[in-house]
Design a protein around this ligand. Structure first.
Ligand SMILES: Cc1cc2nc3c(=O)[nH]c(=O)nc-3n(C[C@H](O)[C@H](O)[C@H](O)COP(=O)(O)O)c2cc1C
Length: 311
């Protein structure tokens, strides 16, 4: 049987498997990160961190059902020092993406500067799209984003990518791409949770999470079409050396195929990882390889970005 290669590059960073966790999915604590280090994921993304540890929002703040999840976590994390120290003395065989999510522009500068000093951090995933904090989402403010990136690249030497909120109009994706294309960004991760849905417990006639009167970011299977459309449009408008990491609604090998067909170079697993635990990476890898065998593809480059229009 033909050997199937699911390795990939995010710009110049090599991943032996194109499947990794999404930030916020079981990647906050020592135990969770240790499990990820020992797993078959192609890379590790940390929980988005802030300068100081944060407890996050009041519980219950996460709920899942058969085709989706809703959360309003409020960035609970152990603070950047914990994440930098965790990797410091570890033997690491895969790329480490430090996700950062400062609550202000100044805090982001501080976090990026700090990450620049750590040899163990391969790249920074700058989260400009957390829907569950009261501060403004920078990913939606094109003027601020441009100035912000200009300042960052005056001092930043680490490979850096951006995690974006979902966009719903072509002109928004085009406009943000025009800005991103001006900077030495190496990847874009799309999409973050789809902001502000409500899920209802019909017996109790109430919301299922407590913060923000039950409004929260939506993940899981039901957001896949929005993830795919964002990947597809960014693939059209971004510079070709900016890799796309697809995230949103992946729970099978077929879903991974769809993300890559739209233009993703790698994929992240959020809700399904939380539901299934660490074995999700072995299962998805197997399913994806079997899927490619059936399609007679030997590597992801055979079909990456090659989605055809209806004919
Ligand atoms: C419980 C939970 C916590 C999350 N925390 C973060 C986070 O800290 N940083 C971030 O960039 N995205 C965070 N996300 C968003 C996910 O990384 C991902 O973009 C989103 O869930 C869509 O992927 P999915 O459909 O596979 O869940 C979180 C999602 C969930 C469900």
């Amino acid at each position: 049987m033909k050997k199937i290669d699911i390795s990939t590059y995010i710009n110049k960073i090599k991943l032996t498997s194109c499947i990794m966790n999404a930030s916020g999915a079981l990647c906050t604590t020592d135990k969770e990160l240790s499990d990820l280090l020992n797993s078959s994921s192609g890379a590790i993304v940390t929980k988005s961190c802030t300068k100081k540890p944060r407890k996050g929002n009041i519980k219950p703040r996460y709920f899942e059902w058969n085709i989706g999840s809703i959360n309003s976590m409020g960035l609970p994390n152990l603070g950047i020092d914990f994440y930098l120290n965790f990797f410091q003395n570890k033997k690491i065989k895969k790329p480490i993406f430090l996700s950062i999510s400062g609550l202000s522009i100044e805090e982001n500068f501080f976090l990026i500067k700090k990450a620049n000093f750590s040899k163990k951090i391969t790249a920074i995933e700058l989260n400009l799209s957390c829907p569950n904090i009261k501060e403004e989402i920078l990913g939606n403010n094109l003027y601020k984003i441009s100035d912000f990136l200009e300042s960052i690249f005056k001092f930043n030497k680490k490979p850096l990518g951006i995690k974006l909120p979902p966009f719903f109009k072509e002109k928004h994706i085009k406009n943000i791409s025009l800005i991103l294309n001006k900077f030495p960004i190496i990847f874009v991760t799309c999409i973050n949770s789809l902001p502000n849905g409500i899920f209802i417990d019909i017996n109790k006639e109430n919301t299922v999470i407590k913060p923000k009167n039950g409004f929260g970011g939506i993940g899981g299977l039901i957001i896949k079409p929005f993830a795919l459309s964002n990947i597809r449009k960014f693939y059209t408008f971004l510079r070709k050396d900016i890799s796309i990491i697809g995230c949103g609604g992946i729970s099978s090998g077929k879903d991974i195929f769809e993300h890559i067909l739209c233009g993703a170079s790698a994929v992240q697993i959020g809700t399904q990882f939380i539901k299934e635990g660490i074995s999700v990476f072995d299962r998805l890898k197997k399913e994806f390889i079997i899927f490619l065998q059936k399609k007679n593809y030997s590597s992801i480059n055979n079909f990456k970005g090659k989605l055809k229009n209806f004919q």
